[in-house]
Design a protein around this ligand. Structure first.
Ligand SMILES: Cc1ncc(COP(=O)(O)O)c(C=O)c1O
Length: 402
């Protein structure tokens, strides 16, 4: 199935295009980040220390969470969250096929089983109506993924989790800052994992954060992110620290560095401005594409505030002479970078072969994946960049119709 979509096609009509390639994603790194990082490097304290702690406090304040624990990726954040609930081999965790590799891989780290539940066609988030049927005696947690930065139906998810005594661990890699019914994502589930990967709404190069209201879970995550050695071990090399430490568990090396946290602090200060810019680009796209019968613009949930990490444009393939791969090839020929989010987990050899999945096992995820394209959307884009994307998309969908 995936092999088929790997086929490359030659562009049909590479004609008017922008002069330089517009990458699919690019971080907004300005002089403030550069100056601050230089200062941190000059300070001599490179790894986890005062800047990481300052970033954790500032992040918790921004989200409105009690605890924020900085780590080196969202993958680490999700792994530590599952470790903190004591996930065991053979346990089950409910999530969706419409996500990135990391969401399910962390479950497999424990020799536990990711149990996939199909998504809703409107927002591509887990369908809360289907969760109950997937719960068994081995289910320990639900991991909703806020795809593209749009909130999942958290009231329904939290209610079903409460009825069955399950934990809710949110994959909010895309969802900063996302709001749901007046609450900020990061304050609803038992734990929430954020990503600060280079393409994310806030970047530290690589990085992640866990937020939680639960002091016990926070303490376990703090312990396990740095070798499982006793609290504040990072202070060992300061005047206030002590040489003494104890290993309490076989922990991981998942801590954030102060260099990364310094970038994060600068990014956090402009998060609202960066989000507004993403939202403006999304509005520009939607206004331009709404009238085109070959295109379906993203549905926006009125109960939430979208972080616009991704702009997922869906094609009405029956109204187009091109397939999705050809549309991507044509856009590339017009110097527009795109991507596809996501190839559903059940199509990948590892999960397909393990569970014997057919593509139709999750019909909504499969059908929507086949017609979705992610367009460039990031704070470093200009209006002209967005207009170039619009021109290229409208030009491509007219191909063969002329
Ligand atoms: C939905 C989702 N979850 C988790 C991750 C993992 O994030 P990280 O690269 O910070 O480990 C990503 C990364 O793209 C993602 O898209």
């Amino acid at each position: 199935m995936i092999t088929k979509h790997r086929e490359t096609t030659r562009p049909l009509a590479p004609h008017r295009s922008r002069e330089h390639f517009l990458p699919f994603a690019r971080p907004l790194i300005e002089e403030d980040e550069i100056t601050a990082v230089v200062e941190t490097i000059r300070s001599g304290w490179l790894t986890m220390g005062p800047k990481t702690h300052e970033f954790e406090r500032a992040f918790a304040d921004r989200i409105g969470s009690t605890h924020a624990i900085a780590v080196n990726s969202a993958t680490a954040a999700l792994h530590l969250a599952l470790e903190a609930i004591g996930l065991q081999p053979g346990d089950e965790v409910i999530t969706t096929p419409y996500t990135f590799a990391a969401t399910a891989a962390v479950v497999r780290y424990f020799d536990a089983r990711p149990v996939l539940v199909d998504v809703r066609p409107d927002d591509l988030n887990i369908d809360p109506e289907r969760i109950e049927d997937a719960i068994t005696g081995r289910t320990r947690a639900i991991m909703p993924v806020h795809i593209a930065g749009q909130p999942c139906a958290m009231d329904e998810i939290v209610a079903v989790a409460a009825r069955h005594g399950l934990r809710v661990i949110e994959d909010a890699a895309h969802a900063l800052p996302t709001r749901y019914c007046g609450r900020t994502i990061g304050t609803i589930g038992d734990m929430t994992a954020f990503s600060f990967y280079a393409t994310k709404n806030l970047t530290t190069g690589e990085g992640g954060m866990v937020t939680t209201e639960n002091a016990q879970l926070a303490e376990r995550i703090r312990l396990m992110r740095l070798h499982g050695i006793s609290k504040d071990a990072w202070k060992r090399y300061t005047a206030e620290g002590s040489w003494f430490y104890e290993i309490e568990a076989p922990g991981y090396k998942y801590n954030m560095t102060d260099v990364a946290a310094t970038i994060g602090l600068c990014q956090l200060a402009k998060l609202d401005a960066m989000t507004a810019r993403r939202a403006a680009i999304a509005a520009r796209y939607t206004a331009a594409f709404t009238a085109c019968d070959a295109l379906e613009t993203p549905w926006v949930n009125p109960d939430g505030e979208h972080a616009w990490h991704l702009y997922l444009l869906r094609l009405h393939l029956d109204a187009l002479p091109l397939d999705r791969a050809e549309v991507i090839t044509e856009l590339t020929a017009r110097n527009i970078g795109t991507s596809v989010h996501f190839i559903p987990l059940h199509l990948h050899p590892y999960y397909r072969d393990r569970e014997g999945y057919e593509p139709s096992a999750f019909p909504v995820a499969y059908a929507e994946y086949r017609r979705v394209i992610s367009l460039p959307i990031y704070a470093a884009m200009t209006d002209q960049d967005a207009d170039d994307v619009i021109d290229a998309v409208l030009d491509v969908v007219q191909l063969g119709r002329r």
